[in-house]
Design a protein. Sequence first.
Length: 249
Amino acid sequence: MCAHVVVAEDDPKQADLARLYLEREGHRVVVVHDGRAALEQARRGPADLLVLDVMMPVMDGLDVCRALRAESALPVLMLTARTAEEDLLLGLDLGADDYLTKPYSPRELVARVRALLRRGSRPLAPGAPAPPAAPTLPPAAAPSAVLTAGALTIDPLRHEVTADGRPVSCTPGEFRLLQVLAAQPGRVFTRAQLLEHLHGIDRYITTRTVDTHVMNLRRKIEPQPRRPTRLLTVYGIGYKLAEGPRGAS
């Protein structure tokens, strides 16, 4: 699977290492060293994926991602030395598809790139096979059915979510996860099951993807995100959406 990958990294050694491993995988790689160059390269295209460091000169990665998402669906894998939850969630809020925290293994970088390319919505190159379709939802979650779970309403047709009557803005991944959970309130889904509904089974994607979406959704739909009563953790198993009007403790 050959793709055109842009690597935006201001550390020359890190950039060269990423380029070396990605080229060994068969990808065509362009390296840039500041945010503005990354945005220009992504716009110039044709690119299949952007590996984007957060901390860069001229324009940081978060601003690049914000600008890019206003005009493109190009997959973005963010690299960050920031480990605070709020920093990681901000990148996903702005539309990043996945992230790696530094220091990272170059082999993991290659695996994450491979997984994101498989999830892409278009062929990577002329003649390349299209990625597999996402698994269908359970019967109760027909695309046109409005779903309710307590104070939450999910309208798949309009791609709208409300909590306590107020609109909630969700990324595509967050919406998909909420849609799956709301189709069967009270049912416990394992992380593996939720990953399957999000973007298909792929051994290179970790359960951190689900956990991050859950943390982000709790900030948006819970009255007290640190004490969730709606999107609940079932320890040792996974997550469920509470059935009651206020959720369960």
